[in-house]
Write a protein that binds this ligand. Structure first.
Ligand code: PLP
Length: 530
């Protein structure tokens, strides 16, 4: 590839030679084919030597196993290689740019990992007496304080284990508040650009979801919210609104929407998954929200997407604070204490119940706090600014070739394209995304949000350098021009260079094969590889 003096590409890579060896092993150079663990190794040649057990009277009766247990039989180096090879088929934020819109796939600083492994955090048990884990409780209190500070809110529930779980928690607090006031409203308003988890959460709690249309510019009109409230007078429990929204745009009527909601008995649930764009710039509490989940695994860089569990703390307004679930941290003169059961409640505290058996994702709390403290106030603000800058850099680098559904105006931390630019090329959004895999990129989010036809949502995050963005933009420009030149084969058969090609996704979803059937024992043949 030709590079300029800053190491940025100026022209596409050299064409490959057309000779492609068909290898004996099925491996492609250092990309190794890897069968299932049950298909390799043998239990009759590997295992552990154990002493014969002494005589004992089994108590399993008819449940005693008579057939072999069927575990894989691999020596340690074989087991090691198996998992390392599989891991090399995985795309991760640690291997390349991961522009999956709405997911904030940003770098997880290794300092976070180091902190999470400190024995005082990493080796504790949720059932340990509180007197032995006071430092961990302090950490919960401090993390909660900073999250409330950044969001301008009064209370926090740390225990939810993902964004969607946080939504459920916040909406349960809202439901509890209605019940406590003797109300039973039946409707939740959800804009049609919302993440699927919003209507799913409302429906799970028994609410009827009423969609609010977006206006032509992709944002929600306060007039539409007022009209929906009027059409269902007295029956609206809450609105669930994402800000910045899933089109990557700031909801500019948000304060008026909050006022319209609060003019009734309803509450404002904000989906805070996109908080990354506004940390240190705007406090959702000041905008009038009553509850919002924060995806620590997005905004605060803790691992996700196969890299670790999520964590979705929920911040609550003063009105909802009494209903915050157990456990929660209470400040006392002797430092923070954890209130774990109803026996520990004080007057006015009316938790709706609990979301988890224990306290939430401790390891993620440590990572998130390490991230916050190492950035400081100015660093967190700059991270948001850089996230927005990077998305706009990508937008400007592509807007002459790819189509923007809402015009050439600034976006927040992610940029939304639609498939108009592929019209008459014979290439679909899916084909385009698959061709990105051949170029070594994880595709962007496709076909979401649903309000835009053939949506392609790109979120580069702040952790990408300008050089990395230049290469990404140059690659997409090359793909677009190739599609427009009619080189459809590059797309419709893509990916050509991935360990697996196009999978039958429909069949995988409709007729999943969830069990493994052992092959006939006699056959010991080398792996047949397509
Ligand atoms: C990621 C996301 C969610 C759900 O979060 P999970 O942690 O995946 O459950 C909800 N809403 C939006 C807008 C999101 O981007």
């Amino acid at each position: 590839m030709t590079m300029n003096t800053q190491g940025r590409p100026t022209a596409p890579g050299e064409p490959e030679t057309s000779f492609r060896p068909k290898t004996f092993t099925g491996n492609r150079g250092l990309d190794m084919e890897e069968p299932l663990i049950f298909e390799i190794g043998r239990t009759d040649t590997t295992g552990v030597d154990l002493d014969e057990p002494a005589e004992f009277a089994p108590e399993l009766g008819a449940h005693a196993r008579s057939a072999p247990i069927g575990l894989p039989g691999l020596a340690e180096p074989e087991a090691m290689r198996h998992y390392v090879r599989l891991s090399r088929n995985n795309y991760a934020i640690d291997s390349g740019l991961y522009p999956l819109g709405s997911c904030t796939m940003k770098h997880n600083p290794r300092l976070n990992e180091k902190m999470a492994r400190l024995p005082g955090f990493g080796d504790i048990h949720p059932l340990q007496p509180l007197s032995t884990v006071r430092g961990a409780v302090e950490l919960l209190a401090e993390l909660g304080d900073w999250l409330m500070e950044l969001t301008g809110t009064a209370a926090i529930a740390l225990s939810p284990k993902a964004g969607a779980h946080g939504e459920l928690c916040g909406m349960m607090a809202i439901k509890a508040a209605h019940t406590a006031a003797g109300r039973d409203p039946k409707i939740v308003l959800v804009p049609d650009s919302a993440h699927g988890t919003n209507p799913a959460t409302a429906a799970l709690l028994g609410y009827r979801v009423v969609a609010v249309d977006a206006r032509d510019d992709g944002t929600v009109d306060v007039a539409a919210v007022r009209a929906a409230i009027a059409a269902h007078a007295g029956d609206v429990a809450a609105i669930m609104l994402t800000n910045p929204n899933t089109c990557g745009l700031f909801e500019r009527d948000i304060v008026a929407i909050a006022e319209a909601i609060h003019a009734t008995d309803a509450y404002f649930y904000c989906d805070g998954a996109n908080f990354n764009a506004i940390v240190g710039k705007a406090r959702p509490g000041d905008l009038g929200i009553d509850a919002m989940h924060i995806n620590l695994h997005k905004t605060f860089s803790t691992p996700h997407g196969g890299g670790g569990p999520g964590s979705g703390p929920v911040v609550l307004s003063q009105r909802l604070a009494p209903f915050s679930p157990l456990p929660f941290v209470r400040k006392t003169a002797d430092g923070p204490v954890l209130v774990e059961t109803e026996a520990g409640l004080e007057p006015g505290e009316r938790p709706f119940g609990r979301m988890t058996a224990f306290h939430g994702q401790m390891g993620m709390f440590v990572r998130a706090l390490a991230y916050m403290l190492s950035h400081g106030a100015d660093g967190l603000k700059q991270a948001s600014e850089d996230a927005v800058l990077n998305a706009n850099y990508v937008r400007v680098g592509l807007q002459d070739l790819m189509s923007l559904p809402f015009g050439e105006r600034p976006c927040m931390h992610e940029v939304l394209f639609d498939d108009t630019f592929l019209k008459d090329t014979g290439v679909t959004t899916l084909d385009f995304a698959k061709a990105m895999i051949d170029e070594g990129y994880h595709p962007m989010t496709m076909y979401f949000p649903l309000v835009v036809h053939g949506a392609m949502l790109i979120e580069p995050t702040e952790s990408e350098s300008r050089a990395a963005l230049d290469l990404f933009v140059a690659t997409l420009r090359d793909l677009v021009m190739s599609a427009k030149r009619g080189e459809t084969e590059r797309f419709t058969g893509a990916p050509y260079l991935a360990p697996r090609r196009r999978l039958d996704e429909t069949r995988a979803a409709r007729a999943p094969v969830l069990t493994w059937t052992p092959p006939a024992p006699a056959e010991v043949s080398p792996q047949a590889v397509e």
